[in-house]
Design a protein around this ligand. Structure first.
Ligand code: GRF
Length: 222
């Protein structure tokens, strides 16, 4: 593992957020952009990647954000690797962890440790199309609507309660790529909104459900 740049001082009002990535980091960038807006209730504490080659790491470094790399291959197993991730998150005084294209299933121990504080973005209207190749499978299934979901992470893959989602029409000539591109635009809007709601304490995970303290819940809630 390698950690670059010192963590910033914790400020009282804003929740401190770490983003876990594996690749290009476009959702990470959307969260970084949102956190720069005055009044946004969260600040980015650092970025962790499980791939040294993740393009998002360079973006994060250009933003002067702390970065760390924890690769499974350098540890005895998943629990040891995830314990190292938790150690970095605690050093950064993180309140909320956002998975953004993090392409490894985290250990049950890790998800239990961070439960209620750990969220993910998934490119489908969950509970439909958990896992990979969501756009291809939505087209094959003849879906007329598709979209993305931000959800609390629980040990079972893509099964946690949904906080926010965005729905688009599937067009007759859509391919997995055209669908992915349109949904990515929605992801970049939906993820910051969901993070904002969590950071404000408007939504929480309780007994396996997303509970809203606001009535009514925002329109992006399922
Ligand atoms: C996104 O489509 C996200 O929904 C999925 O993986 C992709 C990551 O893209 N989990 P990026 O790295 O955020 O650009």
């Amino acid at each position: 593992m390698s950690v670059m740049a010192a963590p910033k001082e914790k400020t009282e009002e804003k929740k401190r957020v770490a983003i876990l990535i594996s690749g290009r980091g476009s959702n990470m960038s959307a969260l970084i952009r949102a956190a720069k807006q005055p009044g946004f209730p969260a600040e980015i504490a650092g970025i962790i990647s499980n791939k040294a080659s993740a393009a998002g790491l360079e973006i994060a470094q250009n933003e002067n954000l702390p970065t760390a790399i924890h690769q499974l291959k350098n540890f005895a197993g998943k629990d040891a690797c995830d314990a190292a991730i938790t150690k970095t998150l605690l050093e950064w005084q993180v309140d909320i962890v956002c998975l953004a294209g993090f392409m490894r299933i985290l250990s049950a121990r890790f998800t239990r440790h961070w439960q209620g504080k750990l969220i993910n973005i998934h490119p489908s209207l969950l509970p439909k199309f958990k896992g990979l190749d969501t756009h291809q499978r939505a087209l094959e299934a003849g879906e007329s609507k598709h979209g993305c979901s931000v959800h609390f992470v629980v040990p079972e893959l893509d099964a946690g309660p949904v906080i926010a989602r965005s729905v688009i029409d599937v067009l007759p000539d859509d391919t997995p790529d055209t669908l992915a591109a349109r949904i990515l635009v929605e992801e970049h809007k939906t993820y910051p909104k969901a993070l904002e709601q969590l950071a404000l304490g408007h939504v929480r995970l309780e007994a396996g459900k997303a509970i809203w303290s606001q009535n009514p819940a925002p329109a992006s809630a399922p």
